[in-house]
Write a protein that binds this ligand. Structure first.
Ligand code: ATP
Ligand code: ZN
Length: 286
């Protein structure tokens, strides 16, 4: 059907939960029964294909799916013709090179002549070429971290988030070669109708991301300090100022950004704010 957007998501793995949570938070209802390969949303023109993450860039490039949610590491490694439409901020991880804990490492040159096991040969080859390193890349599809202990290679190049898997396998991280997060990718020749649906989906995703980065703030202050407090709190337009029953006092409501949150709170206190409440925002539409 032409006006249903086909979205490829990982069937089961480290992206699945984040992908389906994002969809649910966008108000899209879908029941992905265990083992099902396809599902339709009941209240949005979208159909889901549940696939292995490695296959998602290829399916989107070939137009079997219109869009996909996948790790940027896989998008770059697969090198298919797809557009990265939006960064999604979950499944953050890095691709790193690791060596035995006891190995000496002073820089990429120390990898010369070594065998490196990885599931990301393209990303690794690029790093090696950029650093003029001559190493032997062994491509394996999983359990890369055991390669040194079974004598397959001296080094590994693998996905890391906390580093605990490397540590328990007697390895230490020596170089980060790529930083990744989940991204929304799209086919490069998409119809106007489908572009419209993507725009609607993106609008919802962005309002969730905005909400996460901002907090609603309520505080009380003497009326005489309103101007000073207003200059600290620009808000979406300007703050809401409501009189309190207690004469000469007002309640001020506004939105503040997560990035400079504590600096703002300190300035507000210095400007006479009291009874400050900070509340999470569910959605934010600008
Ligand atoms: P599949 O069976 O679908 O091929 P997989 O085993 O290849 O799955 P996962 O381990 O589920 O893949 O990882 C999927 C993606 O999640 C990775 O490509 C990466 O972008 C991200 N990821 C991997 N490990 C982590 C981690 N420890 N923390 C956060 N994100 C991660
Ligand atoms: Zn995979």
């Amino acid at each position: 059907m032409n006006n249903i957007l086909r979205l490829a998501v990982q069937k089961s793995g480290r992206l699945s939960e984040g992908s389906m949570e994002l969809i649910k938070s966008c108000g899209i209802n879908v029941s992905n029964g265990i083992g099902k390969l396809k599902a339709k949303a009941s209240n949005f023109p979208i159909e889901f294909f549940f696939l292995r993450d490695d296959d998602i860039p290829g399916y989107v490039a070939d137009g079997v799916a219109d869009i996909g949610i996948v790790g940027e590491n896989v998008v770059v490694e697969k090198d298919k013709s797809v557009a990265i439409v939006h960064r999604l901020g979950f499944s953050r991880c890095r691709l790193s090179i690791a060596l035995a804990k006891s190995a000496n490492y002073n820089g990429p040159q120390d990898l010369n002549g070594k065998g490196i096991a990885t599931s990301y040969p393209k990303l690794l080859e690029k790093f090696l070429a950029e650093n003029g390193v001559n190493a032997e890349v062994h491509e394996i599809s999983g359990s890369v971290e055991i390669a040194p202990s079974i004598g397959l290679a001296e080094a590994v190049c693998d996905i890391v988030s906390s580093g605990s898997t490397l540590f328990t396998n007697g390895l230490k991280e020596v170089e980060t070669i790529f930083q990744s997060e989940a991204v929304l990718i799209a086919n490069e020749n998409i119809s106007v109708e489908k572009k419209d649906i993507i725009e609607k989906l993106l609008f919802r995703i962005k309002s969730l991301q905005q909400a996460k980065n901002n907090k609603y703030i309520l505080l009380n202050a003497p009326e005489s300090n309103v101007e000073e407090i207003k200059s600290i709190l620009p808000g979406m337009r300007s703050p809401t100022v409501v009189p309190l029953a207690n004469k000469g006092w007002v309640s001020i409501h506004s939105v503040i950004n997560e990035n400079d949150f504590w600096e703002k709170i300190e300035s507000l206190k210095a400007a006479g704010a009291e009874g400050i409440l900070v509340v999470p925002i569910e959605k934010m539409i600008l």
